[in-house]
Write a protein that binds this ligand. Structure first.
Ligand code: BMA
Length: 325
């Protein structure tokens, strides 16, 4: 987790391939989760893993064979080989109007203070940010939608900042949004969100159409390390790559560094071929602060789940030499 004092010695890890100088590298046995890991699934991608009682737990986006989008619970001993429930998570909710299911996708999970918080893209008359929590990965509670439609990529910071919960988000439209900048919103109680701030907007090339926060930001002494996806519109449609930025620790809407090149773009078979070609979409990162190791979970081609690795100090050094903030 991004608490600087937490350690995660059993973080999934594979050394950089011999002879490579890449700042980020893929797991050699990708994808770690095939599209058919559970019988009900059409595809399993854009998913989130967290440390859990010495092992790992997660919330997974599973599109079923009716092509309904939903969230499933999973457990893993090593963060690489996963067991997923065949049925979706049932969210407990006091309010039938709010709790009614339309669709759920692209979850993020984060430990804050006393529980695991889950945010996702929730269907409520269009996509918006659903918010819930679990203490134990047994019972899951749905609170309320944090924001109005249309919004996607709601990502919580792993601790309060200046006394407030903070959530990155990306206002959008009801379709395959052709625009999109990253904002943040603040809350004292996880229910009422306000004090919205602009964080950063689109740029040229790989991040020219829209951008959106990826994994929960990682706290470093120099700032919040944010991995985010960027989209380019090619003559063959959208291309989803991801890069990194560093945000100010106390005022996280201030961008300190922002990498101009992407870190990882869809280039392997499982990123280029699938239900939606040319997508690498990160939704979670595990970190072991003492070793600086980071393991990033990302969806490949809206079909499978993959892992990539990097080192915090190398990403920070890369940001400093490749930044156009
Ligand atoms: C976005 C989201 C993601 C998906 C991506 C590419 O709008 O729906 O879940 O990975 O498109 O299809």
């Amino acid at each position: 987790m991004s608490d600087l004092n937490n350690t995660l010695p059993n973080i999934p890890w594979e050394d950089r391939p011999a002879g490579s100088s890449a700042v980020i590298w893929r797991y050699s046995a990708n994808p770690i989760i095939p599209r058919d890991l559970i019988p009900s699934a059409n595809s399993i991608f854009n998913s989130a893993a967290v440390p859990f009682n010495g092992t790992f737990a997660g919330v997974f986006r599973c599109d079923n064979q009716k092509r309904e989008m939903n969230l499933h619970r999973g457990f893993s001993q090593d963060g690489i080989t996963w067991q997923l429930d065949n049925d979706p998570i049932e969210w407990l909710s006091d309010n039938p109007e709010i709790g009614r299911y339309q669709y759920r996708y692209d979850p993020r999970v984060v430990w804050i203070e006393d529980r695991y918080w889950v945010s996702w893209c929730n269907g409520y008359h269009g996509p918006t940010i659903g918010l819930g929590y679990t203490y134990d990965f047994e019972q899951f509670h749905f609170l309320e939608n944090a924001l109005l439609p249309f919004n996607r990529n709601g990502v919580l910071f792993p601790r309060r900042i200046n006394g407030k919960y903070v959530m990155l988000n990306r206002p959008s439209d009801n379709g395959h949004t052709p625009f999109g900048d990253i904002y943040l919103s603040q809350s004292y109680d996880m229910i009422f969100w306000g004090q919205h701030r602009f964080v950063m907007g689109t740029r040229g090339g790989w991040q020219s159409t829209k951008i959106g926060a990826g994994p929960v930001p990682i706290e470093t002494p120099e700032g919040w390390l944010l991995f985010y996806h960027g989209v380019l519109t090619s003559c063959n449609g959208f291309v989803y790559a991801f890069g990194a930025a560093l945000l100010d620790l106390d005022e996280p809407w201030r961008v300190i560094y922002r990498g101009a090149p992407y870190l990882l773009s869809p280039q392997t078979y499982y990123e280029c071929v699938g239900d939606v070609p040319n997508v690498a979409f990160p939704c979670a990162a595990l970190v072991d602060p003492p070793s600086g190791r980071v393991a990033i979970y990302y969806g490949g081609a809206d079909t499978v789940t993959a892992l990539a690795f990097c080192q915090i100090d190398e990403i920070l050094a890369w940001l400093k030499t490749n930044s156009q903030a």
